[in-house]
Design a protein around this ligand. Structure first.
Ligand SMILES: Cc1ncc(COP(=O)(O)O)c(C=O)c1O
Length: 394
């Protein structure tokens, strides 16, 4: 066997999303790209805005010597400071650059945080349906996932979180706006979860960290707000990236920020700095750090996402699909008309419509649509969604 057995097993049960993406490539080669409606991957078709593109050009053209060298492993001090100022303005907390570590996207950031927090056998609570990579990230660092179920309309349910907490719980990962459901967690739900974590941490004699994974934070639809995560629990670490809010997923830039109110933030940041280094990231990409520092106030253009969301929510509801309209992000998570979501995804695939079965997110009986695609793709896919629904209901 050329690779480790452990990895071979992981490869075998690896992400449904990738599987569907590969299937999409195959179908496109067979039928032509315009005949395949690929909603499988959360890869924005939107381009970076003109302002983002201009900042990238300016930063890349800066002739100051040393701009491509190694820097402190946590990132450029001025960049960390710029991120901290934005966080301080938003949260009202005394963030400084010393609370921020620049990371290789949110994926890199989550690994850096988990490596810093977990001892072997520590448990990490997550909420199903979950971002499938969490299982791998937790496993990477010797942790064990404990899975709570989402509550009504996919809100986080404090009673379910309580059910999975134990003296071994080191952290809870929450993701809002959520992938795959699009739900934005409410103030009330987060306040209840924060109070629960504080009480249980006191009872168990060590803090339970709240890891807030928020790459979709700025992608909100009218009527929805994303509460600042630092108000709910002292021991909070925010992990985010500019993959989705600046449309730069390939550039791999994000950060982790440790609440100034948590237990010994200086020690935690020192640990994150070390894990960033020894995981082999060393530091976040230099050019992109400088780009991010100048764009903390940039807001995404939601016009295309709003159009796709409304078109699909209305079109699918009219066909008969049951769904909760997303409050943020660019995902829809309708109920599958067949109990067997994998069989239903196959019915869609027969119409060249590619989505991801809920099973891939730990939630069978539903499927995920990523509508970070051209509006035309949404329009042209609706007949396929209708035909598959009708076949399922026969
Ligand atoms: C919930 C969630 N967390 C983290 C990530 C990782 O994002 P990145 O590493 O591109 O910042 C993603 C990407 O799709 C995501 O959906």
């Amino acid at each position: 066997m050329p690779v480790a057995r452990r990895i071979e097993t992981m490869m075998a049960r690896s992400s449904w999303i990738r599987k569907m993406f590969d299937e999409g490539a195959r179908l496109k080669a067979l039928h032509g790209a315009d005949k395949v409606f690929d909603f499988s991957l959360g890869n924005p078709v939107e381009e970076p805005s003109e302002r983002v593109a201009a900042v990238i050009r300016e930063v890349a053209a800066d002739p100051t010597p040393g701009g491509h060298r190694y820097m402190p492993n946590a990132g450029y001090p001025a960049v960390r400071e710029a991120v901290a100022q934005a966080l301080a303005a938003r949260s009202g907390l005394p963030f400084t650059g010393a609370h921020v570590v620049m990371t290789v996207g949110a994926g890199g950031g989550l690994n850096v945080v988990l490596k810093a927090l977990l001892d072997p056998g520590d448990e990490v609570a997550i909420v199903a349906p979950y971002f499938a990579e969490y299982l791998f990230y937790i496993d990477n660092h010797g942790g064990a996932p404990k899975i709570a179920q989402a509550g009504d309309r996919f809100q986080v349910d404090p009673a379910e979180i309580e059910r999975v907490l134990s003296p071994k719980t080191r952290a809870l990962i929450l993701n809002s706006p959520n992938n795959p459901t699009g739900v934005v967690y409410t103030n009330e739900a987060l306040a209840a979860v924060g109070a629960l974590l504080a009480a249980k941490g006191a009872e168990y004699g060590r803090p339970i960290w709240l890891i807030m994974d928020e790459p979709y934070r700025k992608l909100l639809y009218p009527g929805f707000e994303c509460p600042d995560p630092f108000g709910f629990h002292d021991h909070t670490i925010l992990v985010t990236s500019h993959s989705k809010d600046l449309n730069l997923p390939g550039e791999r830039i994000g950060y982790a920020a440790v609440s100034p109110k948590g237990l010994n933030p200086a020690k935690v940041v020192e640990a994150l700095t070390l894990t960033n280094r020894i995981l082999g990231f060393v530091n976040a990409p230099a050019l992109m750090q400088k780009v991010a520092a100048r764009l903390q106030d940039e807001q995404p253009d939601m016009t295309g996402y709003r159009r796709n969301r409304d078109l699909l929510v209305n079109g699918l509801t009219e066909i008969g699909y049951e769904l909760t309209p997303p409050g943020g992000g660019f995902y829809l998570f309708p109920r599958s008309p067949l109990d067997d979501d994998i069989a239903f995804v196959d019915l869609l695939k027969k119409r060249n419509v590619l989505v991801v079965p809920g099973t891939g997110f730990g939630w069978p009986g539903a499927f995920r649509i990523s509508f970070a695609v051209e509006t035309e793709t949404c329009e042209k896919a609706l007949p396929g969604f209708r035909a598959a629904f009708e076949e399922a209901r026969k």
